[in-house]
Design a protein around this ligand. Structure first.
Ligand code: ZN
Ligand code: ZN
Length: 369
């Protein structure tokens, strides 16, 4: 069985592993020890593509699309996040191997296409739920916010990973360990991570029909946005279908402003924990969303998110009104639903008042701001 060694990764294989496009022959093994460390071997391709993005970005915009301090921070975080693996296997893999060795109830054949597809889908769905919880539970967000802390969006942002994230992500893959062999999982968990590198770019605009199924740069830009319409959307790893299925999909609508909604201070979660009154509030600080405060819904109030790009906000409302007026209410709802984070539909009456208010606001904006 062919396998990828440190010394014989062809350029084709190196590039294809970044897009989850390795053939079964190249990526099927019968023991965990045989499985290559794809992520480590991808380093030259990460660097090559980052350089390519800098050059293309420069040519396209007459200026660098990368800030050196931000770039070094992302690279440092990426290196730090790999340090625990100098001493041990990743926790994700170690926990999986333990459950597979001791508790599996089925042994799916390692060389079957069905097993590979199940592993691919299972790992991707496991990642989806891990990622969603990483945004919806404050104590997991404390680790994951590192990845969202850059105010730029380029391939180096993909490397800005948390060192503590793997201490929670391992749980989400364990159901698979009841039937999918550890040496199949060990391949797919790496491919899932590697795929998420190339989607961190502004240079790829829209990929047409691929946008229906795959997580793309366009979809992931929304995930990194701090515009209210981007908050808690598009958690996908490889397939965007999970967000579409579980109601968290939002199409790219307008220029995204990247980064956190507010700068997070050191030990913020603990400060908030000690300051909260009563055990119920203290537990809520840990286990509810980062935007939660007493009296608010579990994930907080979208109205508390600072507005960015106000002009876009007007435009979206006018487009919606226009679509409703020409009787395409369904299209209008689909197109604009992300802006109404509460999920409440607006009646025409409400819309008219809102229209009046927005018109006055536009006039104010144009005249005085
Ligand atoms: Zn995220
Ligand atoms: Zn990302």
């Amino acid at each position: 069985m062919a396998r990828v060694e440190v010394t014989n990764v062809t350029v084709s294989q190196g590039l294809r592993m970044l897009f989850s496009l390795m053939t079964p022959n190249e990526s099927s093994f019968t023991t965990v020890q045989e499985v290559p460390t794809y992520v480590n071997q991808a380093t030259p391709y990460f660097i090559g593509l980052i350089l390519l993005e800098i050059v293309l970005g420069w040519l396209k915009t007459d200026g660098p699309r990368i800030k050196i301090n931000d770039f070094i921070t992302s690279l440092s975080a990426g290196m730090m996040s790999r340090l625990p693996q100098l001493m041990m296997r990743s926790l994700e893999l170690s926990a999986y191997i333990y459950v597979w060795n001791n508790f599996h109830i089925l042994e799916l054949p390692w060389d079957s296409a069905w097993t590979r597809w199940l592993a691919f889908l299972g790992v991707d769905m496991g990642y989806y739920w891990f990622h969603r919880f990483a945004h919806e539970l404050n104590f997991l967000w404390a680790a994951h916010q590192v990845h969202h802390s850059s105010e730029y969006y380029n391939l180096s942002t993909a490397l800005r990973q948390s060192v503590t994230q793997q201490f929670s992500s391992w749980v989400f893959y364990l159901p698979l360990a009841l039937m999918v062999p550890s040496y199949v999982f060990a391949v797919h968990i790496q491919f899932n991570l590697l795929y998420q590198f190339w989607i961190h770019t502004e240079l790829v605009k829209n990929l047409g029909p691929l946008e229906w199924i795959l997580n793309t740069p366009s979809h992931h830009r929304v995930h990194h946005g701090r515009n209210p319409y981007c908050i808690d959307k598009n958690y996908a790893g490889i397939l965007i279908i999970w967000d579409r299925m579980f109601g968290k999909f939002c199409v790219y609508l307008d220029k995204v402003v990247y980064g956190l909604t507010h700068p997070i201070s050191t030990f913020e979660i603990w400060t908030r924990f000690w300051e909260a009154e009563g055990i119920s509030n203290k537990l809520s600080v840990i286990f509810k969303g980062p935007g939660w405060t007493p009296g608010k819904l579990r994930l907080g109030d979208i109205a508390d998110i600072p507005q960015v790009g106000i002009v876009f906000f007007f435009l979206l409302h006018y487009i919606k009104i226009f679509l409703i007026l020409i009787k395409h209410k369904l299209v209008a709802n689909y197109f604009c639903r992300s802006i109404y984070a509460s999920g409440a539909e607006m009646s025409m009456f409400t819309l008219n008042w809102k229209l009046l208010f927005l018109t006055l606001l536009v006039i104010y904006y144009l005249l005085f701001v």
